[in-house]
Design a protein around this ligand. Structure first.
Ligand SMILES: C[S@@+](CC[C@H](N)C(=O)[O-])C[C@H]1O[C@@H](n2cnc3c(N)ncnc32)[C@H](O)[C@@H]1O
Length: 258
């Protein structure tokens, strides 16, 4: 089992299709903005670091809600897509985009932030214990005392138990009449640590001439309980874990005196 997770090849290849991985991308962005605004309420949040911004599902609505946003992602393709969408939403000048990953964050951005967010199941792309610890320490360092961390991820615990192979995705008819169909085939590799590989299939085109691509990326199938333990060990407090429509949302605070 190769422990190098080439997430950039995967995300660069699918970036142009990313909005189609939601039933309604505009509604999803609106929900993300409102959900974060609810979490940030009464926490004195003005400056936010989105540590895995992808196509901007959180950074763009946050900028629309007048937060000051620094948006980081390691995939050049996803950053390009995010900039394109930010321009459509007229918030391009309100977001600072940087290329980097969880492990290089302190070299890429200047702290401190009132909130750090990483949503959309990005954290489980880190495969090794020490990488997960470093990422959470970086978030801690970049937050001001009293600052808020928000992690959105799949709780892999039930997924690990069932180890599903086939997972249906989405079907859309695009503006030009083309079809877009996606689904996953998952592979499970016994560890330790257990690693799950997502094989994403995307089929596009007109019915008489369809075209398929397959792209692969790995996950460390972490449970939210495992992440909570590492958060507490890193020094975070007040850790909560709530489901939203698409994932679990862990919220934690950097203690005031630290
Ligand atoms: C499924 S997308 C989620 C993007 C966005 N936050 C959302 O909710 O739509 C996961 C993102 O995590 C990024 N990513 C993968 N590995 C990462 C790492 N080590 N550090 C930071 N981001 C990473 C990918 O490039 C991708 O844009």
């Amino acid at each position: 089992m190769n422990a190098i997770n080439n997430t950039n090849d995967f995300y660069d290849a699918i970036a142009e299709y990313y909005p189609y991985f939601y039933r309604d991308w505009e509604a999803q962005m609106e929900r993300e903005g409102l959900g974060l605004r609810t979490i940030f309420r009464n926490r004195g949040v003005e400056r936010v670091l989105d540590a895995s911004c992808g196509a901007g599902a959180q950074a763009i609505p946050l900028a629309g809600l007048k937060y000051e946003v620094v948006a980081v992602d390691p995939s050049a393709g996803m950053l390009k897509k995010a900039q394109e969408v930010a321009a459509q939403y007229r918030v391009l000048d309100r977001i600072t985009f940087e290329r980097g990953d969880f492990l290089s964050l302190p070299q890429v951005v200047q702290g401190q932030f009132d909130a750090v967010i990483t949503k959309g199941n990005a954290l489980p792309h880190l495969l090794l214990d020490e990488e997960i610890v470093t990422a959470l320490r970086n978030f801690f360092t970049l937050l001001r005392p009293g600052g808020t961390l928000v992690i959105g991820m799949r709780d892999f615990a039930p997924f690990m138990q069932d180890r599903p192979r086939f997972i249906p995705g989405f079907a859309h008819v695009l503006g030009n009449g083309e079809e877009f169909i996606s689904f996953d085939i998952w592979e499970w590799h016994d560890g330790p640590p257990v690693i799950a590989t997502q094989n994403l299939y995307i089929i596009t085109g007109h019915s008489s001439q369809l075209h398929a691509i397959k792209r692969q990326v790995m996950y460390r199938p972490l449970s939210t309980d495992e992440v909570k333990v590492v958060l507490l060990e890193t020094g975070f407090e007040d850790v909560t874990d709530q489901p939203n429509r698409t994932e679990r949302v862990l919220v934690a605070r950097k203690p005031l005196g630290s």
